[in-house]
Design a protein around this ligand. Sequence first.
Ligand SMILES: [Fe+2]
Length: 379
Amino acid sequence: MPQPSKTLQTRLDSVRTALLAGRLDEARRTVSRLMISEPPTLEIFLYGGAICLRQFDYPGALGYYEKAFRLQFGTSTKKPNNPACSRARLQHDIEQLNYLQAGNLLEPARAGTVSAYEALLDHALRHPETNGLFGLSEQLLKQVPDYNKAIHIYVPKEVHGPILNPELDFDRIEEEYFARQNECTFIDHLLMPDVLQELRRQCLESRFWFDTYKNGYVGVNLERGFSSKLVFRIASDLQEKFPRMIGRLPLTAAWALKYQQRLPGTGCHADSARTNINFWITPDEANLDPGGGGLVVYNLEPPREWRYQEYNGPEQQLQEFANQHPNTAVRVPYKCNRGVFFNSKYIHKTDAFDFRPGYANRRINVTFLFGDPLDPGAG
Ligand SMILES: [Fe+2]
């Protein structure tokens, strides 16, 4: 009797098992077969991207993540089910749509979009249950049909010169990083100006800020629109120029967060990786507190018995733990194009910040994570 064909889930489970065991070629072969035999499926694309990252195959990862993005947020994708929303998210979208319209970057057919978002925000402000995160009902979604739809994406132009500033003394930076007790350092003028400019255009213009957080900030990650040739070139250059701090540690995540001027930032947490690289891309003129507005990094890991969900979860608990070790805190002030490198497991949070009003003045933070618990070299 013929064997029943494996279900998709079983095959995905086998991909996951192979990936976790580091059998990347085997995992990739299975994904390639699924790409042919199955209809477009988000999980297949996400596994494909994750495997490519671990194989340092950035064009491959970009291919999978572009498919994942189109499937989730393409203009012909069916309406999302009860997507997360907040007043701050609507405010962001209104500001961004106005910015695009002012630059003639929105199709004329979308001219009514801004007023639709304004009407929805007005509705939200009159209903107390929308104070915080709330799900957009089917009825409310009808008012803003392009919610969570990639109606405009800026693809960064190709940069022909260097990505990281060649005047930096990479060897010395690494030596100093490992010589100190605290695995945390920062570097100014990290990216070349044209790289910074293109990354900034990508973040200002692209309608991909669909991750909506309770503190009013919005986010995007590799799987949900942030992937681009430029983003992966930055990752690859960081790996090449910092062989000891990053080197062969794979890129395991990258994201950008855009903050709301009057609300607090990301609370205390630690990340599940080996090395974090964080940098800011909003010009310094927007920052009203030049001594602050950056990051607080504690030379302190959450207790080993806390699991990932715990130390990446309740901020309160981590903040209380950090408060018991006040001497471990390092404040890194905000500076455009300043890269902060630190041990991902260190507790960290956004410092208090005060930025000028206006869409282009919003604080934008970009993060790359290298190495993870799946990687035997990550330690
Ligand atoms: Fe973090």
